[in-house]
Design a protein around this ligand. Structure first.
Ligand code: CP3
Length: 367
């Protein structure tokens, strides 16, 4: 034991992961069955989540307590055979840490007390350090890793700079993104300044999550798909590319894969693939077979069942899982997921049907 070298020790740590299907699929290695997890897998469709949230008082208090964030992260894993845990938090913690004052009003989406509307608002935004300004998230990551005890990998995440900017400018969610788009068209250099400040914050935040134990990371670009092609490339993708190039590539003796998810980004897959992330998330509007044909030789693909299928019956859910698996075809590089987050009204029993169907039906696609 005393002769164990550091490298052997580190390799030993990576072996401790009992189920590494997700990390293998993200790096296009063989797996026995297709791994599956679900965006928003910890959330309001689960009665135990609603109970913990009411114990916390509100959503932000839940995010800010590492113990409760850890508890809700683990809840879906007690019910379902997911191949990964995802950190319970929110993408809007970064603008909150920059002083915008995030709050959630019952029945409404997120809101900010302060909004970004002028050059001086952008110039005044402070640089943040995840370790000190978002320590509650970093502490949650360490605690979740400890509690997972090597059962499945932990995914960390952040919003993309563009998606964060839309919320900061609108002051919350929006139907038409009028303010954010007007800002982009009237003050493009100020928008670039805002996006580069956010890109620095996201890079530091994701690297801090990796150091604390996140074994893969996903960047959510929920609103990249509302942009024109030149603006997507210039105002969203270029910043995600910069972030990917600065992320820690290996930790604990193992590669840390990066997933880029641009909702409604199917038309830009070739360009997204140039960001050199390990995997690209697809929503349900792009066929996964066409995604594979277009970029499958350089990236893994994640997705892409319409979350609304979970409102239907077990037999319809199984049939759709079967269709997507057949559509991807035999071989490596597929992580099954929904094309966007699960919604609160879904029957929790339907999630077991979904997860079990992926594992049962996918075995024939792997040899
Ligand atoms: O996936 C997971 O299980 C991890 C947790 C997670 C949450 N939000 C928890 C959450 C993740 C990865 C996010 C990301 C997030 N947050 C995104 C990007 C992904 C996406 O869905 O497009 C965005 C745009 C946000 C911002 C945000 N946070 C919105 C728009 C809302 C309201 C949504 C709604 O359905 O009401 C939130 C709140 C939020 N974040 C909830 C959860 C479980 C619901 C809050 C509650 O419990 O009342």
């Amino acid at each position: 034991m005393f002769s164990t070298t550091y490298n052997e020790f580190v390799q030993g740590m990576s072996i401790v992961l009992k189920n590494d299907r997700l990390l293998r699929a993200l790096t296009r290695q063989n797996v026995d069955v297709t791994p599956v997890w679900m965006m928003r897998q910890a959330g309001r469709y689960l009665p135990e989540y609603r109970a913990t949230r009411s114990r916390a008082g509100d959503f932000m208090s839940l995010c800010q307590s590492p113990e409760l964030a850890c508890e809700v992260t683990l809840q879906p894993l007690r019910r379902y055979a997911f191949d990964a845990a995802i950190l319970f938090s929110d993408i809007l913690t970064i603008p909150d840490a920059m002083g915008l004052g995030l709050f959630f009003e019952a029945g409404e989406g997120p809101r900010f007390r302060k909004v970004i509307r002028t050059r001086s608002d952008v110039e005044k935004l402070p640089a943040i350090s995840a370790k000190s300004d978002l320590s509650y998230v970093i502490d949650a990551v360490s605690l979740i890793r400890r509690e997972l005890d090597g059962s499945v990998p932990l995914i960390g995440f952040s919003g993309s700079p563009w998606t964060l900017a839309t919320y900061m400018i609108e002051g919350g969610g929006s139907k038409d993104f009028r303010q954010a788009k007007a800002f982009l068209y009237t003050e493009p250099e100020v928008m670039h300044l805002l996006l580069s400040k956010l890109a620095d914050a996201v890079t530091d935040y994701l690297n801090a999550q990796i150091v604390a134990g996140a074994q893969a990371v996903q960047i959510f670009d929920t609103w990249g798909g509302i942009l024109s092609t030149p603006n997507y490339l210039d105002f969203s993708l270029s910043y995600m590319k910069k972030i990917v190039s600065k992320l820690i590539k290996e930790h604990e003796g193992r590669a840390v894969p990066v997933i880029l998810f641009t909702k409604n980004g199917g038309q830009w897959l070739e360009q997204i693939a140039t960001a050199e992330a390990d995997a690209v998330g697809l929503d349900w509007t792009t066929e996964i077979s066409s995604g594979r044909e277009r970029i499958g030789s350089v990236c893994a693909l994640q997705g892409n069942m319409d979350p609304s299928i979970l409102y239907s019956s077990p037999s319809v859910i199984r049939r759709e899982v079967e269709r997507i698996l057949a559509n991807f075809g035999k071989g490596n590089g597929h992580v099954f997921n929904l094309g966007h987050g699960i919604t609160p009204e879904v029957n929790p029993d339907h999630v077991s049907v979904f997860v079990d169907a992926v594992h049962e039906i996918s075995a024939q696609y792997h040899t």
